[in-house]
Design a protein around this ligand. Structure first.
Ligand code: SAM
Length: 281
């Protein structure tokens, strides 16, 4: 099947431009060819940055009780780090999609280099208007990608459509602690969100409602905020070091966001949650 042409809107254009301009920064974060573009998970056993980026995948898939051989859609796959990990770990077929063509190109060439072409495929697609038929996947894996959605109802409906009945929607992302935020703290939040092309953050409560209104049952919800704190600190420290580099305005705003995500976490404005939801008949 050929992917259909994608209609970009102002939000997807913003996201695409953001990732095109910040590729070097994410590359140095992930530290290899298929660089991870997400927070890392720390605990008593995992204490270094690179291991933490892999451990979070382990934690998410364990929380979901992921099974071998599942057909997975990695919705917002970056350059495929988690897609490759899932394919290897669970011997499963993974389709990764991203709105950013350069990421898809990179993921495809990594798949070729690593001999993972049979298990993985990558396409430029919008997770709000997927080209896949109904009931195509056992799992939709959305790791730090749905935060870019400006219409969560549409995003969740589309995930529901492409999932088989009984299939799992896995969302690991940042959520607002609550909506009652003093204006100066709102300013901090806006600095962070604008620079990372995040239009708005859901609260756990609003997200839960959207899921349950759209034919999902929430199976598990896990708060791993305390485990990602060192990763948030790492993002902050790197940004402080790089602040003086000459860059364009998108890159400057990105660096500021790297600083403000930590300030907002210190103010308890957001938390990191894993939601596991099942598609109902
Ligand atoms: C922070 S990165 C996370 C990438 C990957 N999940 C990971 O953990 O390494 C967010 C990803 O979501 C993708 N994305 C954002 N909005 C999207 C949309 N509407 N459709 C498809 N992908 C989207 C971005 O292009 C990017 O690849």
């Amino acid at each position: 099947m050929f992917p259909r042409a994608i209609e970009l809107n102002s939000q997807t254009i913003k996201v695409k431009k953001y990732y095109e301009n910040t590729d070097t920064s994410y590359q140095s974060w992930g530290n290899n060819n298929a660089y991870a573009m997400h927070y890392g998970y720390y605990d008593s056993k995992v204490q270094n940055h690179i291991d933490s980026l892999v451990e979070i995948n382990q934690q998410i898939s364990r929380t979901a009780k992921l099974k071998k051989g599942s057909k997975i859609l990695d919705a917002g796959c970056g350059v495929g780090a988690s897609s490759f990990w899932l394919a290897r770990q669970f011997s499963c077929k993974v389709t990764g999609i991203s709105i950013a063509d350069h990421q898809v190109r990179k993921a495809k060439s990594t798949a070729k280099r690593e001999g993972l072409q049979k298990l993985t495929e990558f396409q430029v697609q919008d997770f709000n208007q997927l080209s896949f038929p109904d009931n195509s996947f056992d799992v939709v894996w959305a790791q730090e990608s749905y935060c870019h959605s400006e219409n969560m109802t549409l995003t969740i409906k589309e995930a529901n459509r492409v999932l088989k009945v009984g299939g799992l929607l896995i969302v690991a992302d940042c959520f607002l602690v609550n909506n009652f935020i003093p204006s100066w703290q709102k300013m901090y939040l806006n600095f962070w969100m604008n620079g990372w092309a995040i239009p708005k953050l859901e609260t756990a409560g609003s997200f839960y409602k959207t899921l349950t209104k759209n034919n999902f049952r929430v199976e598990r919800k896990r708060d791993i905020t305390s485990n990602i704190i060192p990763s948030s600190q790492e993002i902050y420290s790197r940004a402080i070091e790089n602040q003086k580099e000459k860059r364009n305005h998108i890159q400057v705003q990105h660096t500021n966001s790297c600083i403000y995500q930590k300030k907002c976490l210190d103010l308890n404005l957001w938390k990191y949650l894993i939601f596991i939801s099942k598609k109902l008949p």
